[in-house]
Design a protein around this ligand. Structure first.
Ligand code: 3HC
Ligand code: NAI
Length: 692
């Protein structure tokens, strides 16, 4: 049963029991109504308590049922709430741990609510691109006030129950045993009549029109491409301007409209994709893990410093090893400066600052790091240097330590075989800046131990990253795909585009940054070095030489004050560069290409479908376990627009046959060989299927 029914004295207790978070799926909803029927039909029962088993009161409507007939099956959440609200016996919600979305809406339908301190209270629907659809927008303002309700509904942010103790949301806070307190409360109100209903409360906010207009303006300016936040304001407005039943209807209509939007589908996809990424079929959740209580990082450069900060932020002491004292000092000073900046912004207290800086120490001696539970190597991207480091690590690290490499492109299996303990070796590929970017590609080598993988997945959560597992290949999931995207960006320059047009088209599509602004930020010399190596190994791969010519001009990007764009000192804004544009046009002429006008649609399709096609190969080869993992990589590491759900989900939205049609068109152009559909893409398109 997904809800249990038990009578204690004169009180019936309905306990939602639908793990993991008591989602209000069809069967749970039926079980609540059944419980209510029993309670109302039993003369010995004077009051009803609704609560949740396990780690939640309720996490809300079952998101997995959205877009399935179960979501609309009777009893709907509206019906359940009506049954509760119209009960002739008092109904009390006993809230603990998590009370969100439909869970809070159910509680608001009860006559009374009691809660434990520390419960997370939220209407987080907006984060899924929808709004509370079971009365939340109408009832919450009636108990916590218009302003607080609007804030909660538009932001979706949880509020701790004790912070709401003084509002009308809770009748009593229960410090000790929640169920005992709830039963006592139920006995106390058992004979109270008439029963209070939230819907009957009048919202007292005399100047509501001005407030609502202000909210509309503010929310509109902040909502970006998402339709939900403004609709939240409209629904809450109805709570003040309309009679209750009409407000409910308005809320319902807006909810139905939003559920069907691509933005909401994409956000829901991202929600589940993030959770799916941590599930590895042959590494069950009960796989033993290794304790990570101390860490070491080799190399205090761009990546090493950021990686060390991740450990310190999670309270794990970390030693950074460098070869030269100057490099070590420079690295430690950069870390300190980063923390100082965060403190200046008010995001870190002086005490936390001291604590974090204190957790990071430097060393030049391998002996000093030997006892660390994990070591992450972030030295130069050269196999020779990695070899020296891993051989040394093999000598000094204690048995059972995890040896990780932050390599972006090198073969993790080869690195593992440099040691006598390949089972302990794994790739932990952080993204720059490593203390900020959410993505952590966890590269599973052929011999990586399952416990090492499970520990790394757990570690990614601990340091607040989204861990996505990748198999071993050149560039892993993310960079292998971006290579195809960059190739197309280069060809577009040869055929008629300038960097600004490409960047603008892609940014309009929703990317945080176009490829050329991104190149200038990351450093064009990094890609140059990779191309020199990669294209010697693979001479058959065609690519545009414009990026090499740019580097030959010494234009490495922001760090040299010039890249695809010009930069002014102290100003990160990119200005179109005449010198670069002349170089691009001349390069086309040298190749004998007649430059043409290229539409923004072609730019976006060529860049995004190049990602999709490579993603299909990656999926087929088993480098990625599932399409949604690829989406997570792009959403959290490459600035792919979240409202489009990631490249594979976006391709599904466009329709895979349409993707193939576009690719056939491009295949007829220059470098058409790049557009051969991956067999998996062709197969799914032909079968009318999708990636996700
Ligand atoms: N429906 C279905 N499954 C849900 C769910 C929901 N509402 N909320 C969480 N889950 C599942 C997750 O998918 C995950 O499943 P898995 O173990 O199979 O991967 C599991 O519950 C645990 O989730 P987390 O890993 O996120 O666990 P945490 O303990 O870190 O967090 C939580 C728990 C705070 C409840 C978090 O899961 C969360 O924020 N969930 C979303 C809550 C939400 O958005 N509710 C609104 C739903 S829409 C709604 O109610 C519409 C209504 O207005 C009509
Ligand atoms: P970096 O050049 O900024 O830093 C490398 C550091 O390693 C330097 O401080 C150097 O003194 C030190 N070092 C070199 N050899 C050493 C040795 N034998 N022992 C100890 N220290 C040594 O390089 P960056 O950018 O930090 O890259 C490091 C690794 O991270 C590379 O493998 C790179 O491919 C990878 N990476 C880089 C990303 C980036 O955006 N920069 C992103 C993801 C991964």
């Amino acid at each position: 049963m997904t809800a249990e029914y038990k009578v204690t004295g004169a009180v019936a207790v309905i306990t939602l029991n639908n793990p993991p978070v008591n989602g209000l799926g069809a069967s749970t909803r039926s079980a609540i109504v059944e419980g209510m029927k029993k309670a109302l039909g039993d003369n010995a029962v004077k009051a009803v308590v609704i609560t949740g088993a396990g780690k939640a009161f309720s996490g809300g409507a079952d998101i997995k049922e959205f877009n399935t007939p179960k979501a609309f099956a009777e009893p709907t959440l509206h019906t359940v709430i009506n049954v509760v609200e119209n009960s002739t016996k008092p109904v009390i919600a006993a809230i603990h741990s998590v009370c969100m979305g439909g869970g809070l809406e159910l509680a608001l339908g009860c006559n009374y609510r009691v809660a434990s301190p520390g419960a997370q209270i939220a209407l987080p629907e907006v984060k899924l691109g929808i709004l509370p659809g079971a009365g939340g927008t109408q009832r919450l303002p009636r108990v916590v006030g218009l302003e607080m309700a609007l804030n909660m509904i538009v932001s979706g942010t949880p509020v701790a129950s004790e912070k709401l103790a003084k509002t009308g949301l809770f009748n009593e806070m229960i410090e000790g045993d929640l169920m005992q307190g709830a039963l006592a409360f139920a006995n106390k109100v058992a004979d109270t009549r008439p029963l209070p209903k939230v819907r009957d409360i009048k919202i007292d906010y005399p100047n509501y029109e001005a407030f609502l207009q202000f909210s509309r303006n503010t929310v509109k300016a902040m909502a970006g491409p998402y339709p939900a936040p403004l609709k939240c304001v409209e629904a809450v407005a109805a709570a003040v301007t309309e009679k209750f039943d009409n407000g409910i209807k308005i809320e319902r209509d807006l909810f139905v409209e939003l559920v069907q939007t691509d933005e909401s589908k994409a956000l829901r996809h991202a929600f589940f994709a993030e959770r799916a990424a941590s599930k590895i079929p042959d590494v069950p959740e009960d796989t033993p893990t290794r304790a990570i209580k101390s860490a070491a990082v080799i190399g205090a450069g761009t990546m090493g410093g950021g990686i060390a900060m991740n450990f310190a932020n999670a309270g794990i002491p970390v030693k950074i090893l460098e070869m030269k004292p100057e490099a070590l000092e420079k690295g430690l000073a950069t870390i300190r400066k980063n923390y100082e900046n965060t403190m200046k912004k008010g995001k870190l207290t002086p005490a936390k600052f001291e604590e974090r800086v204190g957790l990071i120490t430097g060393t030049m001696s391998y002996e000093e790091i030997g006892s660390a539970d994990i070591v992450v190597e972030a030295v130069f991207e050269e196999m020779g240097v990695k070899e020296q480091v891993f051989k040394k690590l093999d000598e000094v690290m204690k048995p059972g330590a995890i040896l990780a490499s932050n390599t972006s492109t090198l073969d993790v299996d080869k690195i593992a075989d440099l040691t006598k303990r390949p089972q302990d070796v794994i790739g932990l590929h952080f993204f720059s800046p490593a203390n900020v970017m959410k993505l952590l590609e966890i590269v599973r080598g052929a011999k990586t131990g399952k416990d090492v993988l499970a520990t790394s997945l757990g570690l990614s959560k601990k340091i607040k990253k989204t861990g996505v597992v990748s198999g071993v290949c050149d560039g892993f999931i993310g960079n292998r795909m971006i290579e195809q995207y960059s190739r197309q960006a280069g060809f577009l320059l040869e055929e008629g585009c300038l960097p600004e047009q490409v960047d603008k088209a892609v940014e309009k599509f929703g990317f945080a940054m176009g490829p050329f602004r991104m190149g200038d930020l990351a450093g064009n010399d990094i890609g140059w070095a990779i191309r020199k190596r990669r294209y010697v190994e693979k001479p058959e791969v065609t690519y545009s030489k414009t990026a090499d010519l740019l580097c030959e001009m010494g234009r490495y990007g922001q760090k040299t004050g010039a890249g695809w764009y010009d930069y002014k000192p102290g100003d990160r804004k990119a200005y179109a560069s005449q010198a670069v544009n002349d170089m691009i046009v001349k390069h086309s002429a040298d190749l004998g290409i007649e430059r043409r006008k290229i539409s923004d649609q072609e730019i976006v399709e060529r860049l995004v479908f190049a990602l999709v096609n490579e993603g299909a190969y990656i999926l087929e080869e088993g480098i990625a376990l599932r399409a949604s993992d690829i989406d997570m990589v792009y959403l959290t590491g490459y600035g792919f627009p979240v409202f489009r759900g990631g490249p594979m989900f976006y391709a599904d939205t466009v329709g895979l046959p349409n993707v193939i049609l576009a690719m056939e068109k491009f295949a007829a152009g220059r470098h058409g060989e790049a557009w051969k559909p991956a067999p998996l893409l062709a197969k799914l398109a032909a079968e009318g299927k999708t990636f996700n």
